[in-house]
Write a protein that binds this ligand. Sequence first.
Ligand SMILES: [Zn+2]
Length: 455
Amino acid sequence: MRTLLVLLTLLISAPGFADSFVLNNLMLPDFENRELRPVNIEIERGTIKQIVDASVTLSHADIRDGQGQVIMPAFIDMHSHSMGNSSLDRSDYQYIGIRGTANAMLYAGVHGWLDLYSKESDIFEYRDEQYSDERNEALVFAAGPCFTVPNGHCDFGDGETRLISTPEQAVTELRDLSGTNPNVAKIVFDNGGRQPTVDKATLEAFLNEARRLNIKSVVHVGSWSDIRTATELSADAVTHLPWTAMPEDIPKLMAAQGTAFIPTVAVINEVLHLHDASAAEREDSVLAISMTDALLKQKLLRDYPITAKNERYFEWLSGLKADGAALNRADAISRLDAAGVTILVGSDAGNFAVFQGIGFHREMYFLQQLGMSPWDIVLGATLNAYDFLGLEWGIKEGLPAHFTLHDSRIFEDISFSTDVEHIYLHGREVNREALLRYAKPGFFQYMKLFFGFEV
Ligand SMILES: [Zn+2]
């Protein structure tokens, strides 16, 4: 009876304390000096109340031990898609929708993602509900549709894209969209492939109108020449990294214009890594990470590594290897980073072998492999992303207590990021297992998604 009473008291009092507590013994990243500072932190009702030196004792009814881990400001994936994942031959699909993505992201320790193309009514409605205030899931920021020419990249003929062929249409469509307050506006300017794309005048009209409406622009590009044009026209960001050698002028130009880069390196680097993979490469791939098994349907994972059995992709990747794609990409990322270009972390999850939540960690891993330091990568994954989205986030007094705890060696080797166990959202410690219900839908949840009861 006594134990029952104690339990009951705990249960009743727990909610009051749940988002108010002291977390001792943490390492706070100081991005200016690139060092870790030992601190104790008090959280009050979901907000960071005070940060003090570790030598100062804070009293509280709920005191927790941070065990010397890094308190990491919330990660944001700056390029993702909220659908699900396909098998390599496209015969199988694991659909998780927006809610599933929100759960998969938080399970992986990613607090927010920028959706760069979804059905606009669904994604904006979901974003505006701000579910993360009341339940544990990542926050979505969204472009809404994708702007492209008829039959261009991301025109799937389903009426969900905004099709524009002239400068006038670019302006009209963007004005029409602006009522929904998109977090960014995305346009495809891609002369790298065989599909048609908007002309320069249309791109220019789009970028000018976005600036006038105070909406950040993100340009999907296909070549270095596309990157040069979009940068000269003052795009706020360009996304995707070409696999050809980078021309000399690009780093200086991007740095001078202040154009941010969302290179989405994992999209090609992961499949290159899994192409004809040795045992060591497999050990170093997305397949070896425990959150991959937790979140993904086994059937989709069995497609990897990519062998000659899947002729189409095998040949394509052999070609990329022969062309020196990996070296070209490493050279480009190292030089862009050294020139001071803002590089943001975007996974482009939804592509082959890049999965929601996990893909974010893989993007950081590959950026490190291509030459970026963990400090630069983390900056792009946190503070610079907040800057781009206009968010007041971070580990500072008065800001929402969104953070994760990590092994302090993460600033020597970013691959420690996948070991995340402690995730806090509005000061609530997240029960990760509960997130799998939506992140990895079982039959009933899947049916609800399938019949459109949920998105
Ligand atoms: Zn994408």
